[in-house]
Design a protein around this ligand. Sequence first.
Ligand code: ATR
Length: 277
Amino acid sequence: SELYAVIGDPIGHSLSPAMHQFWYKNNHMACHYHAFKVSADDLADAVKGLKAIGIKGFNVTIPHKINIMPLLDHIDEEAKMLGAVNTVVNRGGELYGYNTDGLGFLLSLEKEVPEILKQNPKVLIIGAGGAARAVGLTLAKHAELKQLDISNRTIDKAKRLSSECEPLTKTRALSLEEAKGRLPDYDLIINGTSLGMAPHTDQTPIAIMPSERRQVFVDLIYRPLKTAWLRQAEAEGHTVLNGLPMLIYQGALAFNHWFGFMPDTKGMQMFLERKLE
Ligand code: ATR
């Protein structure tokens, strides 16, 4: 049987093994998916080892998404743009790097909130870390936006990400205070920070203001399934989406790189919701 894996540190809480094994089982595939804890110091040895045992493919997570790149033989365009790899395919001993995080997010929006990207939305992203970067650059490249503003506690990081988006879309960097005042102007507001993630479930990234506009609030967090921030947005009558579809679609796109077809995502949603409840 064929081996697949995810490497990261920490790795214990990764949902990827459960997700991929569920798809293997449902599709009657003789494949195994294992989580390996690999420290930053061991990354090069681990990749060599995985190659030596003939692994067919693997996912890469924190803290290796950037440092894996020089260890691979080929990097696709999307991964180059993001400067990070989350999926590797072994083709005859050559390792190909891909990134499905950004496109997974895009697909989650298209599937779960199908109107939003069709209306040239004004978008606010809160955060400028790895997750916010994947989402921001992917939206800038693949969606038609009226505006893409990036707000972060550390304003320099927001400025850096905004300037990377500059050639692709109309963009500004804002302080959290500025973003808060302008919140009612946006059609789509995305939390890419860790604020509200378990165990700090009472924290929220930005105060929600009453708005005439019907807004869409997306939180990349899926632990808890509905953050305090999404609950507030929902109480104000807004549309909300959590980070679970993004997780599922990045996994489904990785699966597609390995096997050439998209697995069932609806069944996966129910399976993981039950696991995370
Ligand atoms: P990831 O790869 O998951 O995006 P990250 O790169 O560590 O993680 O980014 C975490 C994000 O959450 C950053 O935007 C961070 O803001 P800073 O760049 O200012 O550090 C944001 N964040 C984390 N804790 C925060 C807090 N207490 N208040 C405001 N922002 C916070």
